[in-house]
Design a protein around this ligand. Structure first.
Ligand code: ZN
Length: 394
């Protein structure tokens, strides 16, 4: 249950930029002014207060894989606030149809009773309608040609928010159209689309590019391809994996200078090894070896990441030299915009109170999900006063 909360003295990242301000939360929403009687008072002096982070592509983490075990979305969701994530799209990769329907069933049942964690906003289906040559770790045996029967039961109402497909595949156009009609956002990815095919897809209503540069042919002198089309179209947003491995920092800088700031989205593409240490983990049916910095398949190809979204924000700021505001927006306001989640991603009166508190190094100190303090670092508890005790919470 969300109780009235006051966050005092922080530098708050608002749509107008950073402002020194107190922040009130009531009924799970950001309020116009401080509540008359706050149950929880947080001293945010000398700290940054920013919108909670939103991950549009996460395959699992902390040892769990959503494709193999969709019910683990709640276990992972409980742990994500420690990384600043307040909402996310569990991502199901190319797999038999039964894996996707199981994920939809899990979502339809809703959060477990007493759940305290990041909000699941819906599912991201990455595959199975992907280009063979650009499939990466997606299993060849489970790829499907675009067809209406593949997307039977995929709609916003059923919990599908985002679908990544290869738009150049024969039969993709009516599939894209029906997904758009059902309120699903369609992204191009794992695609060998030519520039012309990619431009046609953007005209059809594809609005987003999944992990730009990864899972698509490189930009070439006479073959700009999907990369060129996504970089050129100011209306299209692009997701990037800023772990320093999927993209060279210079590539990240080039993406930033090519795109409007609002169209660059940080995602993790994290897999089970994120937050779990080196070892062997499942990604769907495939065994992935996780080292200190990356996750790789048997062939040595990158297979998801072990990146957390707060680290992606820090990396993006350090790779590009952009402001903290821009880096934080790339993981909050921008992803909210991509999926039309207009009530989140910004600190404004009336929006959902998904809020994180960070230090100057952008390290997460505390996370509020829908008005509920869901995570704080042990050192942070000295900054919290509850009305009942009138003293710091233990
Ligand atoms: Zn992928």
């Amino acid at each position: 249950m969300s109780k009235p909360l006051a966050m005092l003295g922080g530098r708050v990242l608002t749509p107008e930029g950073l402002v020194e301000s107190d922040l009130g939360v009531e009924g799970g929403l950001i309020s116009e002014r401080l509540p008359e009687q706050a149950d929880l008072v947080i001293d945010a002096s000398s700290l940054l207060v920013a919108p909670g982070l939103i991950d549009l592509q996460i395959n699992g983490g902390f040892g769990f894989d959503f494709t193999a075990d969709p019910a683990s979305m709640w276990e992972v969701g409980r742990q994500l606030p420690a990384t600043g994530v307040t909402s996310f799209l569990p991502t199901v990769i190319t797999s038999p149809a039964g894996n996707r329907s199981e994920a939809l069933r899990v979502l339809a049942k809703g959060q477990p009773p007493g759940y305290r964690g990041a909000r699941v906003l819906g599912l991201h289906f990455e595959g199975p309608m992907l280009a063979q040559d650009q499939r990466g770790t997606h299993e060849l045996a489970h790829l499907r040609a675009p067809a209406l029967e593949v997307v039977y039961g995929w709609g916003r109402a059923e919990g599908v928010r985002l679908v990544t497909l290869a738009p150049e595949l024969s039969g993709a156009e009516p599939v894209i159209q029906i997904l758009l009609d059902r309120g699903v956002v369609v992204a191009a990815g794992h695609s060998a689309a030519t520039y012309e095919e990619a431009c046609a897809a953007l005209r059809t209503g594809v609005t987003h590019g999944t992990h730009l540069f990864n899972g698509m042919p490189p930009l070439a002198p006479r073959l700009p391809g999907l990369v060129g089309a996504l970089l050129e179209h100011a209306d299209a947003s692009v997701a990037i994996i800023a772990d320093g491995i999927h993209l060279h920092p210079a590539t990240v800088r080039l993406i930033r200078t090519s795109k409007p700031a609002t169209q660059v989205v940080l995602t993790t593409d994290a897999m089970a090894g994120m937050g779990a240490g080196p070892g062997e983990y499942a990604l769907g049916n495939v065994v992935i070896t996780v080292g200190e910095r990356s996750a790789r398949n048997q062939a040595g190809g990158l297979a998801g990441s072990i990146l957390t979204l707060d680290q992606a924000v820090r990396n993006f700021a350090s790779f590009t030299g952009c402001s903290k505001e821009e880096a934080l927006a790339a993981a909050s306001a921008n992803p909210a915009q991509v999926i039309g989640e207009s009530g989140r991603g910004r600190i404004e009166a009336g929006k959902t109170a998904d809020v994180i508190v960070l230090d100057d190094q952008l390290m997460v100190q505390a996370t509020v999900v829908e008005g509920v303090l869901t995570y704080c670092r042990p050192e942070f508890s000295a900054r919290i006063t509850t009305r009942e005790s009138g003293s710091p919470e233990n």
